[in-house]
Design a protein around this ligand. Structure first.
Ligand code: PHB
Length: 560
Protein backbone atom coordinates (compact mmCIF):
# COMPACT_ATOMS: atom_id res chain seq x y z
CA UNK A 1 0.00 0.00 0.00
CA UNK A 2 2.27 2.80 -1.20
CA UNK A 3 -0.06 5.61 -0.20
CA UNK A 4 0.21 4.68 3.42
CA UNK A 5 3.62 6.23 3.78
CA UNK A 6 2.02 9.56 3.06
CA UNK A 7 -1.01 8.80 5.18
CA UNK A 8 1.05 7.88 8.16
CA UNK A 9 3.61 10.64 8.02
CA UNK A 10 1.27 12.78 10.06
CA UNK A 11 0.29 10.10 12.54
CA UNK A 12 -0.76 11.89 15.70
CA UNK A 13 0.55 11.07 19.09
CA UNK A 14 -1.67 11.20 22.13
CA UNK A 15 -3.71 14.27 21.32
CA UNK A 16 -6.08 13.94 24.21
CA UNK A 17 -4.73 17.27 25.46
CA UNK A 18 -6.46 18.94 22.57
CA UNK A 19 -9.75 17.55 23.78
CA UNK A 20 -9.07 18.94 27.20
CA UNK A 21 -8.28 15.62 28.81
CA UNK A 22 -5.22 14.82 30.78
CA UNK A 23 -2.57 12.44 29.66
CA UNK A 24 -1.29 11.16 26.38
CA UNK A 25 -1.31 7.61 25.21
CA UNK A 26 2.20 6.40 24.66
CA UNK A 27 0.73 3.22 23.26
CA UNK A 28 -0.20 4.96 20.02
CA UNK A 29 3.22 6.49 19.58
CA UNK A 30 3.48 5.22 16.03
CA UNK A 31 -0.21 5.22 15.28
CA UNK A 32 -1.01 3.45 12.10
CA UNK A 33 2.57 2.90 11.09
CA UNK A 34 3.15 -0.48 12.66
CA UNK A 35 1.44 -3.78 12.13
CA UNK A 36 -2.17 -3.66 13.29
CA UNK A 37 -2.82 -5.49 16.56
CA UNK A 38 -4.33 -8.97 16.18
CA UNK A 39 -7.79 -7.80 17.26
CA UNK A 40 -7.93 -4.92 14.74
CA UNK A 41 -10.82 -5.05 12.27
CA UNK A 42 -9.33 -5.24 8.77
CA UNK A 43 -12.44 -4.05 6.86
CA UNK A 44 -12.59 -1.02 9.15
CA UNK A 45 -8.92 -0.21 8.43
CA UNK A 46 -9.68 -0.47 4.72
CA UNK A 47 -12.84 1.63 4.90
CA UNK A 48 -10.94 4.34 6.76
CA UNK A 49 -8.21 4.23 4.08
CA UNK A 50 -10.87 4.75 1.37
CA UNK A 51 -12.37 7.73 3.23
CA UNK A 52 -8.95 9.30 3.74
CA UNK A 53 -7.92 8.86 0.10
CA UNK A 54 -11.20 10.43 -1.05
CA UNK A 55 -10.58 13.32 1.34
CA UNK A 56 -7.03 13.89 0.15
CA UNK A 57 -8.21 13.80 -3.47
CA UNK A 58 -10.68 16.62 -2.78
CA UNK A 59 -13.77 14.45 -2.38
CA UNK A 60 -13.97 12.50 -5.66
CA UNK A 61 -12.16 9.46 -7.10
CA UNK A 62 -13.01 6.74 -9.56
CA UNK A 63 -13.03 3.17 -8.23
CA UNK A 64 -9.85 2.41 -10.18
CA UNK A 65 -8.12 5.47 -8.73
CA UNK A 66 -9.20 4.27 -5.28
CA UNK A 67 -7.79 0.86 -6.09
CA UNK A 68 -4.41 2.44 -6.93
CA UNK A 69 -4.42 4.84 -3.98
CA UNK A 70 -5.27 2.23 -1.34
CA UNK A 71 -3.60 -0.83 -2.87
CA UNK A 72 -6.84 -2.75 -2.32
CA UNK A 73 -8.34 -5.22 -4.79
CA UNK A 74 -11.13 -3.88 -6.99
CA UNK A 75 -13.71 -6.20 -5.46
CA UNK A 76 -12.78 -4.91 -1.99
CA UNK A 77 -13.02 -1.29 -3.13
CA UNK A 78 -16.46 -2.05 -4.59
CA UNK A 79 -17.77 -3.64 -1.40
CA UNK A 80 -16.40 -0.83 0.74
CA UNK A 81 -17.90 1.88 -1.47
CA UNK A 82 -21.25 0.01 -1.57
CA UNK A 83 -21.26 -0.05 2.23
CA UNK A 84 -20.29 3.62 2.50
CA UNK A 85 -22.96 4.45 -0.07
CA UNK A 86 -25.56 2.59 1.93
CA UNK A 87 -24.58 4.59 5.01
CA UNK A 88 -24.98 7.79 2.96
CA UNK A 89 -21.26 8.64 3.36
CA UNK A 90 -20.49 8.48 -0.37
CA UNK A 91 -22.57 8.71 -3.54
CA UNK A 92 -21.92 7.12 -6.87
CA UNK A 93 -22.07 9.82 -9.52
CA UNK A 94 -21.58 8.22 -12.89
CA UNK A 95 -18.21 6.50 -12.61
CA UNK A 96 -17.04 8.55 -9.64
CA UNK A 97 -17.20 7.88 -5.92
CA UNK A 98 -18.05 11.19 -4.21
CA UNK A 99 -17.99 12.09 -0.51
CA UNK A 100 -21.47 13.11 0.68
CA UNK A 101 -22.51 15.50 3.50
CA UNK A 102 -23.65 12.75 5.94
CA UNK A 103 -19.97 11.72 6.37
CA UNK A 104 -19.50 15.04 8.16
CA UNK A 105 -21.22 13.48 11.17
CA UNK A 106 -17.87 11.80 11.93
CA UNK A 107 -16.01 15.13 12.14
CA UNK A 108 -19.03 16.65 13.89
CA UNK A 109 -18.73 13.99 16.60
CA UNK A 110 -15.14 15.07 17.25
CA UNK A 111 -15.91 18.81 17.15
CA UNK A 112 -18.95 18.42 19.41
CA UNK A 113 -16.98 16.32 21.91
CA UNK A 114 -14.12 18.85 21.83
CA UNK A 115 -16.60 21.64 22.59
CA UNK A 116 -14.15 24.41 21.70
CA UNK A 117 -16.01 25.38 18.49
CA UNK A 118 -19.32 25.72 20.32
CA UNK A 119 -17.68 27.87 22.98
CA UNK A 120 -15.25 29.95 20.89
CA UNK A 121 -16.44 30.21 17.26
CA UNK A 122 -18.56 33.32 17.83
CA UNK A 123 -15.60 35.21 19.33
CA UNK A 124 -13.39 34.19 16.40
CA UNK A 125 -16.05 35.35 13.93
CA UNK A 126 -16.46 38.67 15.75
CA UNK A 127 -12.70 39.23 15.70
CA UNK A 128 -12.58 38.53 11.95
CA UNK A 129 -15.33 41.12 11.43
CA UNK A 130 -13.58 43.64 13.66
CA UNK A 131 -10.19 43.26 11.98
CA UNK A 132 -11.47 42.46 8.48
CA UNK A 133 -8.88 39.66 8.35
CA UNK A 134 -9.30 35.87 8.46
CA UNK A 135 -9.26 34.34 11.93
CA UNK A 136 -8.85 30.64 12.62
CA UNK A 137 -8.69 28.23 15.54
CA UNK A 138 -6.28 25.28 15.44
CA UNK A 139 -5.46 22.36 17.73
CA UNK A 140 -2.30 20.31 18.03
CA UNK A 141 -2.35 17.04 16.10
CA UNK A 142 0.86 15.14 16.73
CA UNK A 143 3.61 17.27 15.21
CA UNK A 144 1.11 19.11 13.05
CA UNK A 145 -1.67 21.58 13.61
CA UNK A 146 -5.24 21.02 12.48
CA UNK A 147 -7.91 23.67 11.95
CA UNK A 148 -11.16 23.41 13.89
CA UNK A 149 -12.63 26.74 12.79
CA UNK A 150 -12.17 29.23 9.97
CA UNK A 151 -13.69 32.69 9.84
CA UNK A 152 -12.52 33.48 6.34
CA UNK A 153 -12.49 36.76 4.44
CA UNK A 154 -12.85 36.23 0.73
CA UNK A 155 -9.74 37.69 -0.78
CA UNK A 156 -8.08 36.80 -4.02
CA UNK A 157 -4.52 37.01 -2.77
CA UNK A 158 -4.22 34.21 -0.30
CA UNK A 159 -4.64 30.54 0.11
CA UNK A 160 -7.06 29.70 2.84
CA UNK A 161 -7.26 26.49 4.73
CA UNK A 162 -10.34 24.45 5.53
CA UNK A 163 -11.62 22.99 8.78
CA UNK A 164 -9.80 19.67 9.14
CA UNK A 165 -6.72 20.62 7.11
CA UNK A 166 -3.43 19.49 8.66
CA UNK A 167 -0.25 21.61 8.46
CA UNK A 168 3.29 20.77 9.60
CA UNK A 169 3.83 22.57 12.93
CA UNK A 170 7.15 24.14 11.92
CA UNK A 171 5.62 26.00 8.97
CA UNK A 172 2.86 27.72 10.94
CA UNK A 173 2.35 30.37 13.61
CA UNK A 174 0.59 28.12 16.15
CA UNK A 175 3.12 25.28 15.73
CA UNK A 176 5.87 26.82 17.93
CA UNK A 177 3.31 27.49 20.68
CA UNK A 178 2.19 23.86 20.77
CA UNK A 179 5.79 22.62 20.48
CA UNK A 180 6.59 24.47 23.71
CA UNK A 181 4.65 21.65 25.41
CA UNK A 182 6.44 18.83 23.57
CA UNK A 183 8.38 16.13 25.38
CA UNK A 184 11.79 14.75 24.33
CA UNK A 185 9.97 11.93 22.57
CA UNK A 186 7.84 14.40 20.61
CA UNK A 187 10.93 16.24 19.42
CA UNK A 188 12.54 12.94 18.39
CA UNK A 189 9.44 12.08 16.41
CA UNK A 190 9.43 15.50 14.78
CA UNK A 191 13.09 15.13 13.72
CA UNK A 192 12.31 11.68 12.30
CA UNK A 193 9.34 12.99 10.32
CA UNK A 194 11.38 15.90 8.92
CA UNK A 195 14.13 13.49 7.87
CA UNK A 196 11.68 11.02 6.31
CA UNK A 197 9.52 13.62 4.54
CA UNK A 198 11.53 16.78 3.88
CA UNK A 199 9.10 17.92 1.17
CA UNK A 200 6.00 17.67 3.38
CA UNK A 201 4.24 15.20 1.08
CA UNK A 202 2.40 13.91 4.15
CA UNK A 203 0.54 17.23 4.33
CA UNK A 204 -1.62 17.40 1.20
CA UNK A 205 -3.18 20.73 2.20
CA UNK A 206 0.09 22.67 1.94
CA UNK A 207 1.95 23.47 -1.28
CA UNK A 208 4.01 20.38 -2.13
CA UNK A 209 7.48 21.67 -1.42
CA UNK A 210 8.50 24.96 -0.03
CA UNK A 211 11.08 25.25 -2.81
CA UNK A 212 8.59 24.68 -5.60
CA UNK A 213 6.24 27.21 -4.04
CA UNK A 214 8.99 29.80 -4.23
CA UNK A 215 8.93 30.46 -0.50
CA UNK A 216 12.22 30.86 1.28
CA UNK A 217 13.48 27.53 2.58
CA UNK A 218 13.03 27.30 6.31
CA UNK A 219 15.96 26.35 8.46
CA UNK A 220 14.49 23.53 10.54
CA UNK A 221 17.17 24.21 13.09
CA UNK A 222 15.20 27.37 13.91
CA UNK A 223 12.09 25.58 15.03
CA UNK A 224 13.21 24.67 18.56
CA UNK A 225 14.38 28.28 19.03
CA UNK A 226 11.14 29.66 17.63
CA UNK A 227 9.28 27.43 20.02
CA UNK A 228 11.32 28.56 23.04
CA UNK A 229 10.81 32.17 21.97
CA UNK A 230 7.06 31.63 21.56
CA UNK A 231 6.85 30.22 25.09
CA UNK A 232 8.49 33.41 26.41
CA UNK A 233 6.53 35.83 24.22
CA UNK A 234 3.11 34.21 24.45
CA UNK A 235 2.63 34.57 20.69
CA UNK A 236 4.27 33.37 17.48
CA UNK A 237 4.49 34.54 13.88
CA UNK A 238 4.36 32.81 10.51
CA UNK A 239 6.31 34.94 8.08
CA UNK A 240 5.48 33.28 4.74
CA UNK A 241 6.50 29.81 5.87
CA UNK A 242 3.70 28.17 3.86
CA UNK A 243 3.65 30.34 0.80
CA UNK A 244 4.90 33.72 -0.31
CA UNK A 245 2.67 36.50 0.98
CA UNK A 246 0.87 34.48 3.66
CA UNK A 247 1.53 35.81 7.18
CA UNK A 248 -0.08 34.91 10.50
CA UNK A 249 0.13 35.64 14.22
CA UNK A 250 -1.04 33.17 16.88
CA UNK A 251 -1.84 33.29 20.58
CA UNK A 252 -2.52 30.23 22.76
CA UNK A 253 -5.96 29.78 24.33
CA UNK A 254 -5.33 28.03 27.63
CA UNK A 255 -7.55 25.58 29.45
CA UNK A 256 -8.42 27.43 32.68
CA UNK A 257 -8.34 24.18 34.67
CA UNK A 258 -4.96 22.81 33.56
CA UNK A 259 -3.16 25.84 32.13
CA UNK A 260 -2.31 23.79 29.06
CA UNK A 261 -3.00 25.00 25.52
CA UNK A 262 -6.50 24.03 24.34
CA UNK A 263 -6.15 25.61 20.92
CA UNK A 264 -4.47 28.54 19.20
CA UNK A 265 -6.26 31.59 17.81
CA UNK A 266 -4.72 32.92 14.60
CA UNK A 267 -5.05 36.10 12.58
CA UNK A 268 -4.04 35.50 8.98
CA UNK A 269 -3.20 38.18 6.45
CA UNK A 270 -1.25 38.91 3.30
CA UNK A 271 1.93 40.94 2.88
CA UNK A 272 0.01 43.30 0.59
CA UNK A 273 -1.83 44.43 3.75
CA UNK A 274 0.51 43.59 6.63
CA UNK A 275 4.06 42.38 7.12
CA UNK A 276 4.50 39.73 9.80
CA UNK A 277 5.97 42.28 12.21
CA UNK A 278 3.23 44.73 11.20
CA UNK A 279 0.67 42.11 12.23
CA UNK A 280 2.38 41.83 15.59
CA UNK A 281 2.48 45.59 16.11
CA UNK A 282 -1.06 46.41 14.98
CA UNK A 283 -3.30 43.36 15.40
CA UNK A 284 -1.69 41.26 18.15
CA UNK A 285 -3.10 43.46 20.97
CA UNK A 286 -6.63 42.92 19.70
CA UNK A 287 -6.03 39.21 19.20
CA UNK A 288 -4.82 39.05 22.81
CA UNK A 289 -7.96 40.80 24.05
CA UNK A 290 -10.11 38.32 22.15
CA UNK A 291 -8.15 35.39 23.62
CA UNK A 292 -8.59 36.78 27.14
CA UNK A 293 -12.34 36.82 26.49
CA UNK A 294 -12.19 33.26 25.08
CA UNK A 295 -10.40 32.03 28.20
CA UNK A 296 -13.06 33.69 30.34
CA UNK A 297 -15.73 31.92 28.27
CA UNK A 298 -14.01 28.58 28.87
CA UNK A 299 -13.80 29.31 32.59
CA UNK A 300 -17.47 30.30 32.84
CA UNK A 301 -18.86 27.56 30.60
CA UNK A 302 -21.46 25.28 32.11
CA UNK A 303 -20.45 21.62 32.09
CA UNK A 304 -21.33 20.07 28.73
CA UNK A 305 -24.78 18.56 28.83
CA UNK A 306 -24.80 15.24 27.04
CA UNK A 307 -27.50 14.89 24.47
CA UNK A 308 -29.34 11.58 24.26
CA UNK A 309 -26.90 8.87 23.18
CA UNK A 310 -27.52 7.77 19.59
CA UNK A 311 -29.08 4.56 20.83
CA UNK A 312 -29.48 1.44 18.79
CA UNK A 313 -27.25 2.52 15.93
CA UNK A 314 -26.17 -1.02 15.24
CA UNK A 315 -29.60 -2.41 14.50
CA UNK A 316 -29.86 -0.99 11.01
CA UNK A 317 -26.57 -2.53 10.02
CA UNK A 318 -28.03 -5.98 10.58
CA UNK A 319 -31.03 -5.01 8.48
CA UNK A 320 -28.69 -3.77 5.77
CA UNK A 321 -26.75 -7.01 5.77
CA UNK A 322 -29.98 -8.87 5.09
CA UNK A 323 -30.81 -6.44 2.33
CA UNK A 324 -27.41 -6.17 0.63
CA UNK A 325 -25.91 -9.54 1.38
CA UNK A 326 -22.23 -9.97 0.58
CA UNK A 327 -21.97 -6.47 -0.84
CA UNK A 328 -22.43 -4.98 2.63
CA UNK A 329 -19.40 -4.97 4.91
CA UNK A 330 -21.10 -5.10 8.27
CA UNK A 331 -17.93 -4.77 10.34
CA UNK A 332 -17.12 -1.51 8.54
CA UNK A 333 -20.60 -0.05 9.13
CA UNK A 334 -20.56 -1.13 12.76
CA UNK A 335 -17.07 0.22 13.30
CA UNK A 336 -17.99 3.62 11.86
CA UNK A 337 -21.00 3.95 14.15
CA UNK A 338 -18.56 3.78 17.08
CA UNK A 339 -17.24 7.24 16.15
CA UNK A 340 -20.72 8.73 16.33
CA UNK A 341 -21.17 7.53 19.90
CA UNK A 342 -19.00 10.52 20.89
CA UNK A 343 -20.31 14.07 21.03
CA UNK A 344 -21.14 16.98 23.29
CA UNK A 345 -20.84 15.86 26.92
CA UNK A 346 -19.66 12.51 25.61
CA UNK A 347 -15.97 13.30 25.05
CA UNK A 348 -14.50 10.49 27.14
CA UNK A 349 -16.36 7.19 26.95
CA UNK A 350 -15.70 3.78 28.46
CA UNK A 351 -16.08 0.60 26.45
CA UNK A 352 -19.39 -0.07 28.23
CA UNK A 353 -20.68 3.39 27.29
CA UNK A 354 -19.68 2.94 23.65
CA UNK A 355 -21.36 -0.47 23.53
CA UNK A 356 -24.52 0.94 25.09
CA UNK A 357 -24.69 3.99 22.81
CA UNK A 358 -24.19 2.00 19.62
CA UNK A 359 -26.05 -1.15 20.54
CA UNK A 360 -22.96 -3.18 19.62
CA UNK A 361 -21.78 -6.20 21.54
CA UNK A 362 -18.92 -5.29 23.87
CA UNK A 363 -16.49 -7.50 21.97
CA UNK A 364 -17.39 -5.78 18.67
CA UNK A 365 -17.10 -2.29 20.17
CA UNK A 366 -13.78 -3.23 21.78
CA UNK A 367 -12.26 -4.37 18.51
CA UNK A 368 -13.37 -1.17 16.78
CA UNK A 369 -11.83 0.93 19.58
CA UNK A 370 -8.56 -1.00 19.31
CA UNK A 371 -8.59 -0.42 15.55
CA UNK A 372 -9.15 3.31 15.97
CA UNK A 373 -6.39 3.57 18.54
CA UNK A 374 -4.07 1.83 16.10
CA UNK A 375 -5.10 4.29 13.35
CA UNK A 376 -4.50 7.31 15.59
CA UNK A 377 -8.19 8.25 15.55
CA UNK A 378 -8.60 7.66 19.28
CA UNK A 379 -6.51 7.82 22.41
CA UNK A 380 -7.03 6.14 25.75
CA UNK A 381 -6.66 7.64 29.19
CA UNK A 382 -3.52 6.60 31.11
CA UNK A 383 -5.57 3.96 32.99
CA UNK A 384 -6.99 2.76 29.63
CA UNK A 385 -10.53 3.12 30.94
CA UNK A 386 -11.81 5.87 28.64
CA UNK A 387 -11.46 6.61 24.95
CA UNK A 388 -11.30 10.06 23.31
CA UNK A 389 -11.50 11.01 19.62
CA UNK A 390 -8.41 12.73 18.18
CA UNK A 391 -8.41 15.66 15.71
CA UNK A 392 -7.47 13.13 13.04
CA UNK A 393 -11.15 12.18 12.80
CA UNK A 394 -11.45 15.38 10.74
CA UNK A 395 -9.38 13.70 8.02
CA UNK A 396 -12.39 11.47 7.30
CA UNK A 397 -14.17 13.58 4.71
CA UNK A 398 -14.49 16.91 6.49
CA UNK A 399 -12.24 19.39 4.61
CA UNK A 400 -13.69 19.06 1.09
CA UNK A 401 -17.26 19.12 2.37
CA UNK A 402 -16.67 22.07 4.70
CA UNK A 403 -16.90 24.39 1.68
CA UNK A 404 -20.21 23.10 0.36
CA UNK A 405 -22.92 25.58 -0.61
CA UNK A 406 -26.65 24.93 -0.35
CA UNK A 407 -27.07 24.73 -4.17
CA UNK A 408 -24.24 22.17 -4.41
CA UNK A 409 -25.72 20.15 -1.60
CA UNK A 410 -29.22 20.28 -3.11
CA UNK A 411 -28.35 19.48 -6.71
CA UNK A 412 -27.81 15.78 -6.07
CA UNK A 413 -31.27 15.47 -4.51
CA UNK A 414 -32.95 17.63 -7.16
CA UNK A 415 -31.55 15.41 -9.91
CA UNK A 416 -32.89 12.32 -8.16
CA UNK A 417 -36.28 14.01 -7.81
CA UNK A 418 -36.40 15.07 -11.48
CA UNK A 419 -35.63 11.51 -12.52
CA UNK A 420 -38.21 10.07 -10.15
CA UNK A 421 -41.15 12.25 -11.18
CA UNK A 422 -40.08 13.01 -14.75
CA UNK A 423 -40.49 16.77 -14.30
CA UNK A 424 -38.20 19.78 -13.80
CA UNK A 425 -37.17 20.83 -10.30
CA UNK A 426 -35.50 23.95 -9.00
CA UNK A 427 -34.31 25.73 -5.88
CA UNK A 428 -34.52 29.47 -5.20
CA UNK A 429 -33.80 32.08 -2.56
CA UNK A 430 -35.34 35.48 -1.89
CA UNK A 431 -33.30 38.42 -3.17
CA UNK A 432 -33.84 42.15 -2.63
CA UNK A 433 -35.74 43.97 -5.40
CA UNK A 434 -33.50 45.60 -7.96
CA UNK A 435 -33.55 49.38 -7.61
CA UNK A 436 -33.52 49.77 -11.39
CA UNK A 437 -36.67 47.69 -11.76
CA UNK A 438 -38.68 50.53 -10.27
CA UNK A 439 -40.64 48.16 -8.03
CA UNK A 440 -40.32 47.09 -4.44
CA UNK A 441 -41.79 43.68 -5.17
CA UNK A 442 -39.76 40.89 -3.57
CA UNK A 443 -37.86 38.78 -6.07
CA UNK A 444 -36.54 35.23 -6.15
CA UNK A 445 -33.41 33.95 -7.82
CA UNK A 446 -32.94 30.37 -8.99
CA UNK A 447 -29.88 28.79 -7.36
CA UNK A 448 -30.09 25.19 -8.59
CA UNK A 449 -32.06 23.28 -11.15
CA UNK A 450 -32.49 19.77 -12.54
CA UNK A 451 -34.44 18.61 -15.55
CA UNK A 452 -35.10 15.32 -17.18
CA UNK A 453 -34.51 14.71 -20.87
CA UNK A 454 -37.98 13.23 -21.21
CA UNK A 455 -39.62 16.54 -20.54
CA UNK A 456 -39.98 19.68 -22.61
CA UNK A 457 -38.97 21.86 -19.71
CA UNK A 458 -39.56 25.54 -19.10
CA UNK A 459 -36.60 27.47 -20.42
CA UNK A 460 -35.25 28.99 -17.20
CA UNK A 461 -31.69 28.90 -15.94
CA UNK A 462 -29.83 29.20 -12.68
CA UNK A 463 -29.41 32.88 -11.83
CA UNK A 464 -32.74 33.89 -13.38
CA UNK A 465 -34.90 36.24 -11.29
CA UNK A 466 -38.68 36.37 -11.03
CA UNK A 467 -41.23 38.33 -9.04
CA UNK A 468 -41.69 36.23 -5.91
CA UNK A 469 -45.46 36.40 -5.71
CA UNK A 470 -45.99 34.98 -9.20
CA UNK A 471 -44.07 31.77 -8.46
CA UNK A 472 -44.66 28.83 -6.16
CA UNK A 473 -41.04 29.14 -4.99
CA UNK A 474 -41.58 32.75 -4.02
CA UNK A 475 -44.78 31.95 -2.17
CA UNK A 476 -43.15 29.13 -0.24
CA UNK A 477 -40.38 31.56 0.72
CA UNK A 478 -42.68 34.45 1.66
CA UNK A 479 -45.42 32.61 3.49
CA UNK A 480 -44.18 29.18 4.46
CA UNK A 481 -47.29 28.48 6.49
CA UNK A 482 -46.82 25.58 8.87
CA UNK A 483 -50.28 23.99 8.43
CA UNK A 484 -50.47 23.50 4.64
CA UNK A 485 -46.73 23.71 4.05
CA UNK A 486 -46.67 23.97 0.29
CA UNK A 487 -47.39 26.63 -2.32
CA UNK A 488 -48.89 26.35 -5.78
CA UNK A 489 -48.65 28.58 -8.82
CA UNK A 490 -50.98 28.10 -11.73
CA UNK A 491 -50.10 29.63 -15.08
CA UNK A 492 -49.26 32.98 -13.46
CA UNK A 493 -45.68 33.36 -14.57
CA UNK A 494 -46.26 31.82 -17.94
CA UNK A 495 -49.28 30.26 -19.55
CA UNK A 496 -49.19 26.50 -19.25
CA UNK A 497 -46.68 26.51 -16.37
CA UNK A 498 -47.93 24.93 -13.18
CA UNK A 499 -45.75 24.35 -10.11
CA UNK A 500 -45.69 23.29 -6.49
CA UNK A 501 -43.07 24.32 -3.92
CA UNK A 502 -42.03 23.66 -0.32
CA UNK A 503 -39.62 25.55 1.96
CA UNK A 504 -36.15 24.44 3.12
CA UNK A 505 -35.31 25.30 6.72
CA UNK A 506 -31.94 25.69 8.43
CA UNK A 507 -30.98 24.27 11.84
CA UNK A 508 -32.83 27.07 13.60
CA UNK A 509 -36.05 26.48 11.66
CA UNK A 510 -35.67 29.58 9.53
CA UNK A 511 -36.66 29.29 5.86
CA UNK A 512 -33.51 29.73 3.73
CA UNK A 513 -34.65 28.44 0.34
CA UNK A 514 -37.51 26.68 -1.42
CA UNK A 515 -37.65 23.86 -3.95
CA UNK A 516 -40.32 23.15 -6.51
CA UNK A 517 -41.46 20.83 -9.25
CA UNK A 518 -42.79 22.50 -12.36
CA UNK A 519 -44.95 20.82 -14.93
CA UNK A 520 -47.22 21.67 -17.80
CA UNK A 521 -50.87 22.41 -17.16
CA UNK A 522 -51.78 19.96 -19.90
CA UNK A 523 -49.94 17.15 -18.11
CA UNK A 524 -51.19 17.50 -14.56
CA UNK A 525 -54.12 19.09 -12.76
CA UNK A 526 -53.56 21.03 -9.54
CA UNK A 527 -55.03 18.13 -7.58
CA UNK A 528 -52.67 15.81 -9.34
CA UNK A 529 -49.73 18.00 -8.30
CA UNK A 530 -50.74 17.77 -4.65
CA UNK A 531 -51.55 14.08 -4.71
CA UNK A 532 -48.73 12.78 -6.87
CA UNK A 533 -45.89 15.30 -6.76
CA UNK A 534 -46.06 16.71 -3.25
CA UNK A 535 -44.99 13.52 -1.38
CA UNK A 536 -41.81 13.17 -3.47
CA UNK A 537 -41.14 16.92 -3.20
CA UNK A 538 -41.54 16.84 0.59
CA UNK A 539 -39.26 13.81 0.88
CA UNK A 540 -36.61 15.62 -1.18
CA UNK A 541 -36.90 18.71 1.02
CA UNK A 542 -36.32 16.48 4.05
CA UNK A 543 -33.19 14.95 2.48
CA UNK A 544 -31.81 18.40 1.63
CA UNK A 545 -32.57 19.68 5.12
CA UNK A 546 -30.93 16.68 6.77
CA UNK A 547 -27.76 17.22 4.75
CA UNK A 548 -27.87 20.97 5.41
CA UNK A 549 -28.23 20.44 9.16
CA UNK A 550 -25.28 18.00 9.24
CA UNK A 551 -23.08 20.21 7.06
CA UNK A 552 -23.87 23.45 8.88
CA UNK A 553 -23.33 22.21 12.42
CA UNK A 554 -19.76 23.55 12.49
CA UNK A 555 -19.36 25.23 9.11
CA UNK A 556 -21.14 28.03 7.32
CA UNK A 557 -23.15 26.74 4.35
CA UNK A 558 -23.86 29.72 2.07
CA UNK A 559 -27.45 29.72 0.71
CA UNK A 560 -26.25 30.72 -2.78
C1 PHB B 1 -4.88 29.86 8.52
O1 PHB B 1 -5.78 29.95 9.35
O2 PHB B 1 -5.16 29.76 7.32
C2 PHB B 1 -3.46 29.90 8.97
C3 PHB B 1 -3.17 29.95 10.32
C4 PHB B 1 -1.83 29.98 10.74
C5 PHB B 1 -0.82 29.95 9.80
C6 PHB B 1 -1.11 29.89 8.45
C7 PHB B 1 -2.45 29.88 8.03
O3 PHB B 1 0.46 29.99 10.20
Amino acid sequence: MPANTALDADAPRGTAEAAGSAGSAGAVGAAGTGEPPAEAVTPLIRGIAVLRELTEAGGTLSPSALERATGLARSTVDRITATLEHMGYVRLDGREVVLAPPVMELGNAYLAALRLPALLDARADALADELDESVSLAVADGDGIRFIHQATRRRAMSLSFRIGDLLPAERTAPGPLFAAEWTEADWTRWHARRAADPEDTGFPAVPRTRHASGAAPVADGDFPQRSAQAATDGYALDDQLIEPGLVAVSVPVRDPATGRISCAANVVSHTSRHTATGLRDTLLPRLRDAVTAMEADLRDAQPASPGPPPSGLATWTTASKTELGRGFVESLARGLTVLTAFGEGRAHLTLAEVAKATGLARATARRALITYEHLGLMTTSPDHRTFTLTPRVLSLGFPPLSRTTLPQLATWHLRALANQVGESTAMAVLVPPEPSAGTREPMIQLTARATTPRVLSPDITVGARFPARATSLGRALLAPGPSRPYALADEELESGLRSIAVPIRDRTGQVVAAINISTHAARRTLDDCVTHLLPALTATATHIQTDLHTASRFTHVPPT
